[in-house]
Design a protein around this ligand. Structure first.
Ligand code: MOS
Length: 738
């Protein structure tokens, strides 16, 4: 099915199952421990043995020699894989090129060996006996120091490095009110609950990989290419995933090394990347340096806006596209955005939840708070004054498909009690606490991706859906079941959903918050095909048949759909393909974040007291799981604002705090109250579901609302994240802090 003109009325609009808050249908399997994760496939690979990854002890240089004699002779050891015996690997693919290092070393903790033994303990012990001689070289580890050598990246994201409209320099120079500030965000780690893990088994030349991966079809292709085998020979199975946040968009070392290890020892091998290895071995969200300039009139109306972004990555890597939202969020005739990419020899930078906007808004939305203050305009009102209903770089010829941004600001402010905010910082005191409120806009692009599914009904009227779509803790199982139930007029309990197997039709996968909208649209397309087959069997006209209560109806005739399915059941397969509506219309999701913090007047400890947000993201397919997505992402926004930072050792080039004891993320006690409002919205240009995504929207801007609340509480404006106690205390003198 091709989606190339706006959706008209369709069966999803009935809203009997779709749009109703539903418990996750995979919930019982998750909480009873019966959902098998990649490392637990004892059922599928009972004879599996254990691999332990050895990571490089240097960040850059070369392996001179490997002495594996002692390791090889250690108890239980079955084999050792290094670059010397791994066989030829195709390293032409950036997604897998760094997964096995040697002789060249590209980053610290890059996998250089896999030691395989009968038990995990034996593998880990033997790994310590491996002797590797390195010839280290000087590396580049400091983004600020490398800014001068940064270049405009050619590729790496869906847009040019730079955009321009009007004449920014002239307009900025003549603007009566000017903001020109620099902000920094640190390297961050995804910190998902389940580390990367794989069980691999070969059967002849057929490889099966039970792994934890967001993008089954991409990754099966990447692995086949790397191993130089046909894609059909790789089966990738990823039905349950303990979080990804972008860390599992691509295969990591566990997958490649499990495959190589299983080939070496001739039996299935399991490999998990140990938690302390994750931050340096795998990908992370790269640090940014950002300059935001805004020129406005005295009423705060923007005439000129510029956002310059610097980030770094390994050679061949891509930039952090932190100026993305600045291209679309606010009005202004004179505009400039730039991205510059430095070469760094740190571990690979890559996508983490809302790559681009998540950190871009940490800068832009503080700059907007600074503008509001400079113009003496309320920060909510300032954003409303700068709303624009079309792509401001292009003009009215490219309108937004839907944009309820102003409604989010107004309704969010009402619910939060924004009118109680004192406009002057440092004025509200409750006991030890200085109290302040902040607001920030939420914005995330709406992306869509081709997605396929197969759907069948059996003789009892039970419906089964198969697609390689993944559920990374987001609720895909449930919204896919809701879609199938709505389309075929059966209850949710009459639907079984099978996900995450490369033998099923290729889907959009889970990434970029495109998964929910795209994958359910693929199910919608397949369900249309099945409805056509059922109508034909019933002798009804496909466009007049109504599906409800397990029946197909036309006029006063009806038949149970199960009775039409026959003994083998009736199946149909299709995919949704998106035309150019995403080019003709700017498509994005919107929201407004509100936050109230308390700052301890003596210790400068920051406590988030409440958060609230209003969001517009098209049809909300399952308000219950959508809310979970948004509150989880708001929580990550609090982490970005207050605590998350991979500390770089710029001498040796690695992240020092590479475990969950020292890489701090918010816990329940840090998040007392979160209120989420979804606005009623249907986006008929986005998909037949009229939905968009919410998986990333909630993190976008949340941290800036915290930062702005801290300013309102204390009068201290911090621009280098995370906003920790030491930075507040350093600036405490003359502020409201004692
Ligand atoms: Mo996302 S950062 O595309 O999982």
């Amino acid at each position: 099915m091709k989606f190339d003109s706006p959706a008209t009325s369709n069966p999803i609009d009935r809203g009997r199952v779709v749009g109703i808050p539903q418990d996750r249908i995979d919930g019982p399997a998750k909480v009873t421990g019966t959902a098998p994760y990649a490392y637990e496939r004892h059922d599928a690979a009972p004879s599996a043995v254990y691999g332990w990854i050895v990571g490089s002890a240097i960040a850059k240089g070369r392996i001179k020699a490997i002495d594996s004699q002692a390791a090889q002779a250690a108890p239980g050891v079955l084999g050792i894989v290094t670059h010397q015996n791994a066989g030829p690997l195709d390293k032409g693919n950036m997604n897998t090129a760094h997964l096995l290092g040697g002789p060249q070393i590209e980053h610290f903790e890059q996998a250089v060996a896999l030691v395989i033994a009968d038990t995990l303990e034996n593998a880990r012990d033997a790994a310590r006996l491996l002797r590797i001689d390195y010839a280290p070289e000087k590396g580049r580890f400091d983004l600020a120091a490398e800014m001068g050598s940064a270049v405009a990246p050619e590729t790496g994201f869906g847009g040019p490095a730079d955009t321009r409209a009007g004449d920014f320099d002239a307009a900025f120079a003549r603007a009566p009110v000017r903001i020109d500030q620099r902000y920094t965000t640190p390297d961050q780690s995804h910190a998902m609950l389940e580390p990367h893990a794989t069980t691999a088994a070969w059967n002849g030349d057929q490889l099966t990989l039970w792994t934890s991966n967001q993008m089954v079809s991409w990754s099966a292709g990447d692995l086949a290419k790397t191993l130089r085998i046909p894609k059909e020979n790789v089966r990738l199975v990823s039905p349950y995933i303990g979080g990804g946040f972008g860390a599992k968009l691509f295969l990591r070392a566990d997958a490649l090394l499990a495959a190589l290890g299983a080939r070496t020892v001739g039996r299935p091998v399991k490999v998990a990347i140990a938690r302390p290895q994750v931050p340096n071995n795998t990908t992370h969200r790269p640090a940014t340096i950002q300059r935001v300039r805004i020129g406005a009139n005295r009423n705060g109306v923007i005439d000129a806006i510029a956002h310059d972004v610097w980030s770094g990555d390994l050679p061949g890597g891509g930039p952090e596209t932190a100026a993305q939202q600045t291209r679309l969020l606010y009005r202004g005739d004179h505009r400039l955005t730039t991205h510059r990419l430095a070469t760094l020899d740190l571990p690979e930078g890559n996508a983490m939840r809302a790559p681009g906007e998540a950190v871009g808004l940490l800068a832009l939305e503080v700059a907007m708070d600074e503008l509001a203050e400079a113009c003496n305009v309320d920060p909510v009102e300032l954003r409303i004054r700068n709303d624009v209903q079309h792509d401001p770089e292009v003009g009215p010829s490219r309108p937004f498909s839907s944009r309820k941004f102003v409604e989010c600001l107004r309704q969010g402010a009402d619910r939060f009690g924004w009118s109680r905010r004192h406009p002057k910082p440092g004025q509200v005191r409750e006991g030890r606490w200085l109290v302040g409120m902040g607001v920030a806009s939420a914005f995330r692009n709406n992306l869509v991706a081709r997605s396929g599914a197969r759907i069948g009904v059996d003789g009892k009227g039970h419906v089964t859906v198969e697609t390689d779509m993944t559920d990374i803790g987001t609720g895909s199982y449930t919204i896919i079941a809701q879609t199938a139930a709505e389309m075929l007029g059966v209850p949710l309990a009459a639907v079984t959903v099978r996900l995450g197997d490369s033998r099923f039709p290729a889907s959009s996968g889970s990434g970029g918050q495109w998964g929910a909208n795209s994958s359910t649209s693929g199910v919608y397309a397949a369900a249309w095909a099945l409805r056509g087959k059922l109508a034909e069997k019933a002798g009804f006209a496909p466009d007049q048949a109504v599906f409800e209560d397990g029946m197909i109806r036309q006029g006063n005739q009806s038949k149970p759909i199960g009775s039409l399915a026959g003994r083998e059941g009736l199946w149909a397969e299709d995919q949704i393909e998106f035309g150019d509506l995403a080019k003709r219309y700017a498509q994005a999701t919107f929201g407004a974040h509100f936050c109230e913090v308390g700052v301890d007047i003596d210790t400068a400890e920051v406590r988030v007291r409440r958060m609230g947000g209003a969001f517009a993201a098209g049809r909300i397919l399952n308000p219950k799981s959508a809310r979970s997505q948004v509150i989880g992402a708001m929580t990550m926004g609090v982490g970005a604002a207050l605590m998350e930072e991979l500390s770089v050792d710029t001498r040796f080039g690695f992240f020092v705090n590479h475990d969950m004891a020292e890489y701090l993320v918010p816990v329940h006690a840090d998040i007392p109250e979160q209120d989420v409002l979804f606005l009623d919205e249907l986006d008929d240009k986005s998909s037949p579901m009229k939905a968009k995504g919410v998986g990333e929207l909630g993190i976008c801007g949340a941290g800036a609302a915290v930062a702005n609340a801290i300013y309102n509480a204390t009068g201290i404006r911090l621009r280098d994240y995370p906003l920790t106690i030491d930075k507040l205390l350093e600036r405490g003198e003359g502020s409201a802090l004692a």
